[in-house]
Design a protein around this ligand. Structure first.
Ligand SMILES: [Zn+2]
Length: 113
């Protein structure tokens, strides 16, 4: 389950930010998870809940934002939306899609005090 190491990564990032920006508590975490990423939002939420007590994010609310999968079709030359990595082009049915977005996971914003 790689969500646990991702959750640990998020907490590490919060620690670094807290040191750099001098805050003591995190109130809300906005986490962007691309639809094409391999991260399961609910298990990530579960992992974070499990390890965030006794950290500066103990009382933090987690807001998950799904970013859409985007690709560029090499066959018809159009940017298209895809729900899955190996989908074919919704415009022309071609199979030469180059994924251009929606693969990443990142902390978008923090509400802190
Ligand atoms: Zn196409």
């Amino acid at each position: 389950m790689h969500e646990m190491s991702l959750a640990e990564g998020v907490l590490r990032l919060l620690d670094e930010q807290a040191a750099a920006q001098r805050f003591e508590r995190v109130l809300t975490i906005w986490l962007e998870i691309g639809e094409l990423s391999t991260v399961d939002p609910e298990s990530l939420r579960f992992c974070l809940e499990a390890i965030k007590k006794d950290t500066l994010a103990a009382g933090a609310k987690l807001e998950i934002i799904r970013t859409p999968g985007q690709a560029f079709c090499m066959d018809c030359g159009k940017p298209v939306r895809v729900a899955q990595r190996y989908d074919s082009c919704p415009e022309c049915g071609g199979g030469s899609l180059q994924v251009t977005g929606g693969e990443e996971m990142r902390v978008k914003e923090l509400e802190v005090e």
